[in-house]
Ligand binder design. Structure first.
Ligand code: TRP
Ligand code: SF4
Length: 327
């Protein structure tokens, strides 16, 4: 399959992203042809005041992609703004969707209602899913690994592909969303993960810093004393165990120990710390190596951009051909 997915350049990656990237790696190792990119133009819709940080964040994200095992030899890792063809294809697609159709996109409606501290009145924000359709269809992707919240965007992408094909002739496949069942991680304080709460754990950390985040982590409030039993379902530490503790034996130990007060919360967190360190050590090693050798990362991005551009140019050649707009 031809796979495409991306992340916005709106910050550094945390443990919630790690699980997503591991799914992307599975697709890569399953012999698919994968394109993974950084959607820095999409970042503009919510973070236009912070473009000065985009470069740093983009580098951090690509560094994390590679550190978790996305292999730049196998997968094409690239940056959206380096491939101007995305903007060109986006222009064509924008002609195929009505404004009222875009206003009905759930992510648009929800964010308009929920986000009050940012200005979401731009045309760019309304057109966000159209740009996303251009990202996907540019590479003729048929599989798009995304979270639940993005399914509708892939649906709109299918609609755009159908409309374009009906109008001009078969160019684009209709991509499927590949739902990655990624458990939604809460913040370390039990609230929603958020930059402004400082309640998330970056992938780029180390053993000491990790424990500094885990040790004070919020637990089931019923466990005030060591002898009080608790309920893992009311505890964010358990959400992390579910994501990062793969041994069934250890999971049972957590659940039983918690419910019977057989273990203390600190014991519970120590096991999580051990499992996270095990999982992250190889990632940290690569991450630090790449940080110390910035030229390597530059080369990876340059090579990825160039491979992406080759595909994008070929798609645009076909688009200009069928629309008769090429000169
Ligand atoms: N909208 C996606 C998100 O917020 C990011 C994104 C942009 C994307 N273009 C894409 C994801 C194309 C998959 C395919 O997560
Ligand atoms: Fe949470 Fe573990 Fe404490 Fe139970 S024992 S409340 S799961 S930290």
């Amino acid at each position: 399959m031809r796979i495409l997915s991306g992340m916005r350049s709106t910050g550094r990656l945390h443990l919630g992203h790690l699980v997503t990237l591991e799914k992307w790696k599975e697709l890569q190792d399953g012999g698919n042809e994968c394109f993974y990119f950084i959607a820095n133009w999409h970042g503009l819709t919510s973070h236009i005041e912070e473009t000065a940080s985009f470069r740093e964040w983009t580098l951090d994200i690509v560094r994390t992609y590679v550190s978790v095992g996305l292999d730049p030899e196998k997968s094409v890792l690239f940056v959206q703004s380096a491939i101007k063809e995305h903007a060109e294809l986006f222009l064509y697609f924008s002609m195929l969707v009505s404004v009222s159709r875009l206003e009905r996109v759930p992510t648009f409606k929800d964010q308009k209602e929920q986000i009050t501290d940012r200005d979401l009145s731009s045309g760019g924000f309304l057109l966000y899913p159209v740009l996303q359709a251009a990202d996907i269809l540019m590479y003729l992707a048929n599989g798009v690994p995304v979270g639940e919240d993005q399914i509708y965007h892939v649906e709109l992408t299918r609609e755009i592909a159908r409309k374009f094909n009906a109008q001009f002739g078969e160019v684009f496949p209709e991509p499927e969303p590949l739902l990655a069942r990624v458990p939604k991680l809460p913040g370390t304080d039990g609230r929603k993960m958020s930059k402004s709460y400082g309640n998330f754990i970056l992938v780029d950390t180390n053993e000491k810093e990790l424990w500094k985040m885990l040790a004070p982590m919020m637990t089931d409030p019923a466990r005030k004393r060591r002898t009080d039993p608790g309920d893992p379902e009311k505890c964010p530490v358990w959400d992390y165990h579910k994501a990062f503790t793969s041994s069934q034996e250890e999971r049972d130990w957590v659940v039983n120990g918690c419910k019977t007060a057989g273990i203390g919360c600190l014991d519970c967190k120590k096991v999580l710390q051990k499992n996270l360190v095990e999982r992250l050590s190889p990632v940290w090693e690569k991450f630090n190596y790449l940080r110390e050798n910035p030229r390597l990362l530059d080369d990876i991005i340059e090579d990825g951009n160039s491979r992406a551009r080759t595909v994008a140019k070929e798609t645009m050649r076909r688009v200009l051909g069928v629309t008769k707009l090429g000169w």
